[in-house]
Write a protein that binds this ligand. Structure first.
Ligand SMILES: *Cc1c(COP(=O)(O)O)cnc(C)c1O
Length: 382
């Protein structure tokens, strides 16, 4: 058995892809232009729009999710734009860092780790301040908390504030409706909930976002400027709608993954994701683990867990990986050593996979507890 077949990814992205998706990734190289490519690109975009529930323009940008976030900031926000960033974890703080790097004037609103952003407080601040943009994370992957989107977008429309949302980890794992919620620039990626290989980011652009982009007198580079993407999509639509070379295998793999998810049904996929999270939470509780996030706010996409008193988190992560090929994540930033995280994405949502995870943790824990007891008995007899 090859190494890759033995690897069980329970990290919050990237996720283990289905064999059909990996087969598509390995297709022979094809040109990034011409009728064959145009059909693939446009089909893949149409399916991506279905998953995001949007009719807005959408571009697929080769790069990590972060590239599409930069594309939003570069295109729509001239130097000195006033940005409000509600944040409750590492990825929210990253959004603020990225906006500062794009020379925006950033006001951060900090919410507690493990608690969702309070949309009433954000609404109040939006109404009193004069912000050009409000940007935040839908699913805070560092703690496994879902943040509100629609109520903040509603107020932002009233106050004339642009909305930029990082849905990198929430896509296909929980409800997300770009048009119904009124998201102006929605950024996502293919290698988390869609369980495709890393390498492709997505961004949808509302009419209001295009107006802001067209008002921006400035440029900050070429590749990530959405005006470049719109120009190629228009002028060269029928033969070369993409501005650069494309690793076409990734596009084929993402398209395969999208087709499989849409064939299953997005709603069903979301229910199965939630069920996987419930099984893992329940199973770990039975083993004596405590959850970092209350059930009321816990996301279905990532579960953050306090370490077991008998099993330091670093040792547990290494034992799972080295002895069983099971990959889970630790805590980030201030939460390093304080929690571990389990992603519910891709093959990790299958019952056989969550069973394997729980049985393996139970076995490792039982072995440790037995060792501790025998050490205790020996210690007592000395
Ligand atoms: C994973 C993640 C990112 C980073 O995505 P990249 O593809 O590595 O750029 C950003 N935000 C959130 C919420 C994430 O989960």
């Amino acid at each position: 058995m090859s190494q890759s077949q033995e690897r069980h990814l329970f990290i919050p992205g990237p996720a283990t892809a289905e064999p059909e998706v990996l087969e598509a990734l390995a297709e022979p190289i094809r040109p990034h232009y011409g009728p064959d490519f145009v059909a693939l690109y446009n089909d893949c975009r149409a399916r991506f729009k279905q998953v995001l529930r949007t009719d807005n323009d959408l571009f697929l940008i080769v790069g990590p999710g972060t590239a599409a976030l930069d594309a939003a900031f570069v295109s729509a926000l001239p130097d000195g734009s006033r940005a409000l960033v509600p944040a409750n974890g590492l990825f929210g703080a990253r959004v603020a860092d990225m906006l500062r790097a794009n020379r925006c004037d950033v006001e951060e609103m900090q919410f507690d780790l493990g608690q969702p952003i309070d949309s009433d407080q954000v609404a109040e601040r939006l109404r009193e301040g004069k912000f050009d943009v409000v940007a935040w994370v839908h699913h805070e992957t560092s703690t496994g908390v879902l943040n509100p989107v629609e109520p903040i977008c509603r107020v932002a429309r009233e106050t004339g504030t642009l909305t930029i949302i990082d849905t990198i980890s929430s896509l296909a794992g929980t409800e997300l409706a770009v048009d119904d919620w009124g998201i102006d620039l929605c950024v996502s990626v293919a290698n988390k909930g869609l369980a495709a290989p890393p390498g492709l980011a997505a961004i949808s652009v509302s009419e209001r976002a295009w107006e802001a982009i067209d008002r921006n007198p400035q440029t900050r580079g070429w590749y990530l400027d959405l005006r470049t993407w719109r120009r190629y999509d228009g002028d060269w639509a029928d033969w070369h709608p993409y501005p650069t070379t494309v690793p076409t295998g990734i596009l084929a793999a993402v398209d395969t993954s999208l087709r499989m998810i849409l064939a299953e049904g997005l709603d069903r996929r979301i229910v199965r994701t939630r069920d996987a999270a419930s099984r893992v939470r329940e199973g770990l509780r039975q083993l004596g683990f405590g959850m970092f996030v209350d059930d009321d706010f816990a996301s279905p996409i990532t579960t953050a867990v306090h370490p077991h008193p008998d099993f330091p988190v670093g040792e547990m992560i290494v034992a799972l990986r080295e002895q069983h090929g099971i990959y889970i994540s630790g805590g980030l930033g201030d939460l390093a050593g304080e929690i571990f995280r389990i992603g519910h994405m891709g093959r990790a949502i299958e019952k056989e996979e969550t069973d394997l995870l729980l049985e393996t943790i139970a076995g490792l824990l039982a072995r440790r507890q037995a060792q501790k007891e025998s050490a205790g008995v020996e210690g007592a007899s000395v």
